[in-house]
Ligand binder design. Structure first.
Ligand code: MLC
Ligand code: AMP
Length: 502
């Protein structure tokens, strides 16, 4: 048995699967190249048996061939983020218990010392020519673990979310059905490839459907507008910050340019927003510019997508729609009892797309479920049959630019700075980023580090989106009688510094 994506790729070998800076691959070429990768990874054994294979490659045909090669050899794919500093890579390699690392040439020098410290072999050209015709590949049942994605939560360090092939296929199938994916579709991919939005919603749905996925090395607003004009795109999916950036670029362009850009959107059949709340102002402005009413949907790494506005029918601004096919959703109160319609409650989700476990964290896994329902920690209300997201239960989870970050993780790192005695991290509302990371600091014996130097120091240790944008020096942190920092009150003490966007 082959992974579903591979089985489906055989149905349309000549169609273009991936189009990127490094090359264009038909489905036939993707099948050949990924079989070659699988052969190299197997190295004489007949099944990787769920060994974790970490990979660090820019978006492109090699990236996809390696992802598929890992799956076809029976391994678990562990994508690393190309923009992360070495300590973030090291955490993932150690936590996942990686067996080896595959890295693109352009990252080999940066990651080699990390791989050495972890005692791991580094392969830097796994897609190099190899004869794939004689490779015997193992049978991969749907219950086989396929991927570990790292996600921040209410614990300080990110947890590995394990999805099986069956989970991923369920996540893909529901979206393909709900959003009417067709082989004729052509999507532009601008999102990172270490999260479910970029991996499942964009890349895997395209490849499942026999469609074309055109990949950009990174998001850049002018380049994206250029592709809207030049490429025969039918679909686009992104986080709200990306739409805000596209709006800002459009507004800064001369009228003749704006006209060309707006006209180019007419060829598309669907534009989707998700991963963070879409401000109504952004939805409305985008509709005026592009003629498209964004389809907003709601999801999470642990479950794939759960709620979506309809492909056909009313897309209500400020709402995330209703449950996708095959996904069960309920809202519950503090006693885990379903709430009445119109009453806010925690979103809980059940279905074949829901993950099975946090990697090597049985306690956290147990705590994440109640009677088979996954607790999302998000709060919503149903109004006239549509879900509206109200916020999160935990103040320690921040969503910035579509990335989920943990305040506790950032605090832990900041506390290792020699001049910081105490700190508390909060998310502040921000028009461009949704929320923006901010830190209140109590310095050690009056030595307060300069914000610029502190950011530089933090960037060497944390992903750039976790690095605080604002700092507030304090003599002491505001604490309640139990000694806990009151973060909702603390957030109000920061001066308002909203970025002008959207
Ligand atoms: C970057 N910067 C930030 C930031 N990210 N500032 C505040 N908040 C953030 N989150 C700063 C950098 O420090 C830098 O400033 C400047 O912005 C440019 O950085 P960059 O890295 O070049 O930014 P850019 O590439 O433009 O990134 C913007 C983005 C990116 C929106 C394209 O954030 C992105 O790709 N987000 C998508 C994340 C995603 O896919 N999430 C889905 C998770 S899955 P300086 O001053 O330091 O130079 C999920 C489930 C679901 O959520 O439902 O989908
Ligand atoms: P992640 O853990 O990175 O997968 O992020 C999942 C979280 O993103 C969810 O728990 C929500 O808090 C948030 N999210 C995703 N889509 C939306 C949306 N459309 N509106 C509001 N929040 C969203």
């Amino acid at each position: 048995m082959e992974p579903g994506l591979v089985q489906r790729a055989r149905q349309h070998p000549d169609r273009t699967a991936v189009l990127a800076e490094d090359a264009r691959f038909s489905y036939r070429e993707l099948l050949q190249s990924s079989a070659g990768v699988a052969g190299r990874l197997l190295q004489g054994t007949d099944d990787l048996g769920e060994k974790r294979i970490a990979y660090l490659l820019p978006p492109g045909v090699s990236h996809v061939a390696i992802q598929w090669g890992i799956w076809r050899a029976g391994g678990i794919a562990v994508p690393l983020c190309t923009a992360h500093p070495p300590p973030e890579w090291e955490y993932v390699l150690r936590d996942s218990g990686a067996h080896l690392v595959v890295a693109h040439d352009s990252f080999a020098e940066q990651i080699r010392p990390v791989a050495n410290r972890c005692g791991l072999t580094l392969i830097d050209d796994a897609t190099a020519e190899s004869d794939s015709s004689s490779v015997r590949l193992p049978s991969i049942p749907p219950s086989r673990r396929a991927m570990i994605l790292y996600t921040s939560g209410t614990t300080s360090r990110p947890k590995g979310v394990v999805s099986t092939h069956g989970n991923l296929e369920a996540q893909i199938e529901t979206l393909v059905r709900a959003w009417g994916w067709q082989p004729q579709d052509h999507i532009l991919h601008v999102l990172p490839l270490h999260h479910v939005h970029g991996i499942v919603n964009v890349l895997c749905c395209a490849l499942w459907s026999g469609a074309t996925c055109e990949m950009l090395p990174r998001f850049e607003a002018g380049e994206v507008w250029g592709r809207f004009v030049r490429s025969p795109l039918t679909l686009f999916m992104a986080v709200p910050t990306v739409y805000s950036r596209l709006i800002a670029a459009w507004e800064a362009a001369p009228p003749s340019q704006r006209k060309v850009w707006s006209r180019a959107c007419a060829g598309m059949r669907l534009m989707v927003s998700g991963s963070a709340a879409l401000p109504v102002a952004v939805l409305e402005k985008w509709q005026r510019i592009s003629g498209h009413r964004l389809l907003e949907r709601y999801g999470m790494t642990e479950i794939g997508m759960a709620l979506s506005n309809p492909l056909k029918g009313e897309r209500r601004a400020g709402y995330v729609g209703s449950p996708l096919p095959g996904v069960e959703v309920r809202l519950v109160d503090d006693q885990e009892e379903p709430v009445e319609t119109g009453t806010p409650g925690e979103i809980q989700v059940k279905g074949p797309g829901v993950f099975g476990e946090y990697w090597r964290r049985p306690e956290e896994t147990r705590a994440a479920f109640t009677n088979g329902w996954f607790r999302t920690g998000d709060v919503a209300v149903v109004e006239e049959g549509c879900y509206r997201i109200l916020g999160r239960q935990s103040v320690d989870i921040i969503k910035t630019g579509g990335y989920k970050v943990s305040a506790l993780e950032i605090e832990e790192v900041l506390r290792t700075h020699p001049d910081i005695a105490e700190c508390a991290v909060v998310g502040l509302p921000d028009r461009e980023w949704g929320e923006c990371v901010a830190a209140a600091l109590v310095s050690r014996s009056g030595r307060s580090p300069a914000p610029d130097r502190l950011r530089l120091w933090a960037k060497a240790r944390l992903a750039v989106y976790k690095v605080p944008r604002q700092f507030l020096q304090m003599d002491s942190l505001p604490r309640n009688l139990l000694g806990k920092v009151n973060k909702r009150e603390l957030a109000k003490l920061f001066p308002s510094e909203e970025s002008p966007a959207g």
